[in-house]
Design a protein around this ligand. Structure first.
Ligand code: ATP
Length: 235
């Protein structure tokens, strides 16, 4: 089976995440996509995020009704306190979660014919050279990289870790063409999704909620209700 792994802070999960996953499922015939809320995102250790409890609960709600979308506890805290609903927006504890560890953990359970695809938006992809064992990520799985309003897919190959980056002579002839399709380079397979076009971010949603503005067009109804019920994000 083709299996997708989609990690994120999901603070909160929104329609951009769901659009990316739906497009990836179609494109690469994914039988299952694990939605993995990260307990401690390595790049956000100093920022406050909602408790893992709430982010996971919202992930469960948002993936309901779509059989292939599976909420995952792969990056849950070691001691997952199920009723820790009070830790609403505290600074997160240290010990960040690294994608390379999660990928290896998932693959331990794989059957021979399973293939792993890592789902990611182009904004996050551009940071990959800074990730732990960045080059190893590409030998462990294929990547599905999605467009996102405000970011260009055109320079996706130049965003690769240096050792995997193709020489300029190779990328230059393609630099004026729309970035789409598959990119198979030595040691790297990228599937580009150029049709994910949801102009939404969790940051904008948190800001709208703090300003008492509606967020219904950015999140499924169940998420809006959960946020209200739990009084998240200053709501
Ligand atoms: P924040 O605004 O808090 O940084 P975010 O909206 O970027 O959050 P994350 O949970 O950090 O959401 O993102 C998880 C993954 O989903 C990342 O790979 C990111 O690129 C991708 N993603 C998030 N929003 C979109 C979107 N609107 N379109 C395409 N990809 C997206």
């Amino acid at each position: 089976m083709n299996i997708g792994l989609f990690g994120g802070t999901f603070d909160p999960i929104h329609k951009g995440h769901l659009a990316l996953a739906a497009a990836a499922r179609e494109r690469c015939d994914l039988g299952r996509i694990y939605f993995v809320p990260t307990n401690v995102p390595p790049h956000k250790t100093t920022q406050p995020v909602a408790s893992f409890f709430h982010r996971y609960a919202m992930t469960v709600l948002a993936t309901e009704g779509e059989k292939a979308f599976v909420p995952s506890l792969l990056e849950a805290p070691n001691e997952f306190v199920v009723h820790d609903k009070k830790a609403v927006r505290g600074a997160v504890a240290p010990a960040p979660n690294y994608s390379i560890d999660t990928i290896r953990k998932v693959k331990r359970e794989f059957k021979k014919a399973d293939r792993l695809f890592f789902l990611i938006g182009i904004d996050a992809f551009k940071d990959i050279p800074k990730w732990r064992e960045a080059e190893a990520l590409f030998s462990e799985c294929e990547f599905i990289v999605a467009s996102r309003p405000g970011y260009s897919l055109a320079d996706v190959a130049t965003a690769l870790p240096q050792k995997l980056r193709p020489r300029e002579e190779i990328t230059k002839p393609f630099s004026k063409q729309p970035a789409k399709g598959d990119l198979a380079l030595p040691g790297v397979t990228l599937h580009l999704l150029d049709n994910v076009n949801q102009n939404v971010s969790a940051t904008a949603i948190r800001q709208a909620l703090a300003d008492k503005k509606p967020v219904r067009k950015y999140v499924p109804e169940s998420i809006e209700e959960y946020i209200k019920k739990e009084g998240l994000y200053g709501n």
